[in-house]
Design a binder for this molecule. Structure first.
Ligand SMILES: [Zn+2]
Ligand SMILES: [Zn+2]
Length: 306
């Protein structure tokens, strides 16, 4: 499970930063990647990234500002040019359905695969027994969502030493215990699965937020997350601008990370006014508040820490 940054700029593309798009790679878990936002020219970024459109399974849109959605029709179309047939699901705020379907209709784009568009409400957005995605509203100029992606705990390994000590014969009983079933031995004794297994391995949590001012929902979505991706459009000295336009400073993002008790913070959505040394300043300001912080560049990749 990695997070790969395709675009890390704010509002408009800059030479060093394209507009927003983030991939969550789930190759081991699902053989696919999910995209969070799809700013203009995201498909150009994909060309330089270790990502194949055929592996693209889902798109989660945080909000409908252009720097987060203008790349969707092109990406959908290019996926189709490869004669892809696997379905794709798009999640986003109300209006996403209209935007996507209108763009496809007007351009007479006929996709080779089915798309399902889900207009999300706060709460559960996706669950399949292995992964759960929860959405909540943030505080931005328009309705903006954050997403919390959680791996469900994995069952612990069977302990052969404990099985032997308990006198469980090799064979189908092992499988039943592994599935969490209580088994009865030939001598009538009951064996509970948790008495012969390691404890469950907790799943990892990744929180990816859309544009937002600091808000309580950000803390809730990021609670104890292994990785938080938070916007940091401005430096600390521009708090007023951040407040006015519905954004955060890097210091404010770091405070959210600290309050939520996350393991690692990655800053993105960096205004084009910051380049070189001034970008380093954004990172330094954040690290004063929350040490384990990185500032994403385009094509930056981070493994979700366990
Ligand atoms: Zn934005
Ligand atoms: Zn925005």
């Amino acid at each position: 499970m990695h997070v790969y940054f395709l675009g890390t700029g704010a509002g408009v593309p800059a030479k060093q930063r394209n507009v927003q798009s983030i991939a969550l790679t789930l190759y081991q878990e699902r053989g696919s990647f999910w995209l969070f936002d799809c700013g203009e020219a995201t498909q150009h970024q994909v060309l330089s990234a270790p990502l194949k459109l055929s592996k693209w399974e889902k798109l989660f849109v945080t909000h409908l500002h252009g720097d987060h959605i203008f790349g969707i029709p092109g990406m959908l179309s290019s996926r189709s040019m490869q004669s892809e047939s696997k379905p794709l699901t798009i999640y986003g705020p109300p209006g996403i359905d209209d935007f996507v379907k209108t763009a496809l209709k007007i351009s007479q784009t006929h996709l080779t695969y089915p798309i399902d568009i889900v207009e999300v409400e706060p709460g559960l957005a996706f669950y399949d027994g292995y992964l759960r995605v929860t959405a909540a509203r943030l505080d931005h100029a328009v309705e903006s969502f954050g997403y919390r992606i959680e791996e469900m705990p994995k069952t612990g390994a069977l302990r052969v030493d404990l099985l032997k000590a308990a006198g469980v014969p090799k064979g189908p009983l092992y499988g039943q215990l592994k599935r969490g079933e209580t088994v009865t031995l030939p001598d009538g004794r009951l064996i509970q699965p948790d008495s012969v297994m390691d404890p469950p391995v907790p799943g990892r949590v990744v929180t990816i937020l859309g544009d937002t001012r600091p808000c309580p929902a950000a803390v809730t979505l990021a609670a104890k997350a292994n990785l938080l991706v938070h916007e940091a459009t401005f430096a600390d000295s521009e708090q007023e601008l951040a407040q006015k336009y519905g954004h955060s400073t890097s210091t404010q993002a770091a405070r959210i990370a600290r309050e939520a008790g996350v393991k690692q913070l990655v800053l993105t959505h960096i205004s084009s006014r910051y380049q070189g040394q001034s970008t380093a300043q954004l990172l330094e300001e954040a690290r004063v508040v929350f040490q384990n912080t990185e500032l994403a560049e385009d094509f930056f990749e981070v493994e979700v820490p366990s």
